[in-house]
Write a protein that binds this ligand. Sequence first.
Ligand SMILES: Cc1ncc(COP(=O)(O)O)c(C=O)c1O
Length: 404
Amino acid sequence: MALPENFLSKSLARVQPSATIAVTQKARDLKAQGRDVIGLGAGEPDFDTPDNVKAAAIEAINRGETKYTAVDGIPELKEAIAAKFKRENGLDYSVDECFVAPGGKPIIYNAMMATLNPGDEVVIPTPYWVSYPDIVLLAGGEPKFAQTTIETSFKLTPDALEAAITPKTKWLIFNSPSNPSGAAYSRDELKKLTDVLMKHPHVWVLTDDMYEHLVYDDFEFVTPVQVEPGLEDRTLTMNGVSKAYAMTGWRIGYCAGPKELIGAMRKLQSQSTSNPTSISQWAAVEALNGTQDFIPKNAAVFKGRRDLVVSMLNQATGIECPTPEGAFYVYPSCRGLIGKKTEDGKVIDSDEAFATALLEQEGVAVVHGEAFGLSPFFRISYATSTEALEDACARIQRFCASLK
Ligand SMILES: Cc1ncc(COP(=O)(O)O)c(C=O)c1O
């Protein structure tokens, strides 16, 4: 039965369903029909959660840690978060400046819902993680896109940042290493951006550091407050266990920032999800406080896959694939193929047409760049087995060579 007219909210009408989830679903559906499909759309590590983390969760269940907790997280986890920021980032956050939510995404959602009013602008560099603009729209704000280019390795330049800021700007959402481009900012590159931000004291920074631990070739990760301590009283530093510890399903994200903002986010969370799952919180305590052996092992595997994918894609006709510093994504250009035709006469007139034809002809699912706000590109997630990646890249090479 159709819903009654005007039943759905106007704010929901402002947002799009996630394109990455849509591609993953399409690949799943084709597989279910018996097609041989390799899905390179999903943004989660293919590794299992480390055993010490699983054991901590099982112990928590057996101890009876199965009740409501404080809305913004158990003290043990907030202490582990403050210690992590000190140990890994040199940042001094007190426990009451730390906050836990059911995933990284709810941190962004809470921060935007707690602060945005109609007309408030949020600067989002493109290509962006698909959820940023939609969360801003849901919260009643206006996304303001700051374009990057392949020539600057998809990194925001100080001029582009300056040009995007207006008197209405409330936040900059900053993400390094980036989903979807994998680009990560060096200390020097970031300092040039924080210098711009220091000139605009009304602009707050939400830094999404989810991929902090996925950086390669001795790249040194830095976060804005580390580079410019003067930004501390207007920065929300966000992170989580999803990507670093292969814990996407556990739903734990965390952040630290000014107490008043944390208090506002706590108020919102108390009337929405309440506390994140108690058992997952105990698992996250072990992830942050326990052995960190998993991280370099994981990163070494990802680095090998990145190198394989970049090399094979650069051998494909019409594809240009930069080597990103981190995350588990590459963001190649398909500009060299725009205007060509498939064997059955379909014109490749956009990155979406490229991704659709690639899926239909060769069974490789990638996400088109338009979904991330920058065309003509596509995103490949290399968080899948090396054999599947080799096979997928060989199919992409064959597909590109077949275009006329
Ligand atoms: C850049 C970025 N931020 C945040 C998230 C959300 O993380 P979580 O699964 O913890 O909500 C993701 C997940 O894909 C991401 O890529």
